[in-house]
Design a protein around this ligand. Structure first.
Ligand code: PRP
Length: 179
């Protein structure tokens, strides 16, 4: 385990088993359709790659980035699109892949964003859900793990851009983010 973690919350094996179940769910949901799978960078990138390979579907891939922070780095509360999609989603079934639903603001903003762009449908699959942190009503259609409000890193999740490539999800030591 990385020395900055106090414990492993979800092992590689636990994640892989649940990602296979998410893949099966997507296989059934998108049978006969060709969704545009959207990776909301950066935290979702590892889950995105794994869950789409677990799903036996004919999906296209696209990428975007949303940030909660304005130019002066003060949290605006309202996320904005920092990097737009490469292609149009008009008339398409969108599959948004998220690493975590926290306050729920990103999810609400993105559902609205895809609707404004004319998406035919929006399905959200999330690796983690932290219901204790919610400030707006938001729910993914499939959640792999519901977790407590702890500082999690790994499998895409970062602290100051680090730890994203850990293959498991760990709880970061307080001393690391409080120093
Ligand atoms: C995280 C995560 C979600 C969002 C969830 O992204 O990837 O997109 O926050 O938070 P919310 O429910 O409170 O809106 P972050 O802004 O940390 O960027 P990153 O993915 O590049 O790490």
């Amino acid at each position: 385990m990385h020395p900055d973690c106090e414990r492993v919350l979800l092992t590689e094996q636990q994640i892989a088993a649940r990602v296979r179940e998410a893949g099966d769910w997507l296989t059934a949901r998108f049978a006969g359709r060709t969704p545009v799978a959207v990776c909301n960078l950066k935290g979702s990138v590892v889950f995105f790659a794994d869950v789409l390979r677990a799903a036996k579907i004919d999906a296209e891939m696209d990428f975007m980035a949303v940030s909660s922070y304005g130019a002066n780095a003060v949290s605006s509360g309202k996320p904005y699109v920092k990097r737009d999609l490469f292609s149009s989603v008009e008339g398409r079934d969108v599959l948004l892949v998220e690493d975590i639903v926290d306050t729920g603001r990103t999810l609400v903003t993105l559902r609205e964003f895809f609707k404004e762009r004319g998406a035919a449908s929006v399905t959200v699959v999330a690796l983690l859900d932290k219901p204790a942190r919610r400030v707006v009503k938001a729910a993914a259609d499939f959640v792999c793990f519901s977790v407590e409000d702890e500082f999690l890193v790994g499998y895409g999740l970062d602290y100051a851009e680090r730890y994203r490539n850990l293959p498991y999800i760990g709880v970061l030591k307080r001393a690391v983010y409080e120093k």
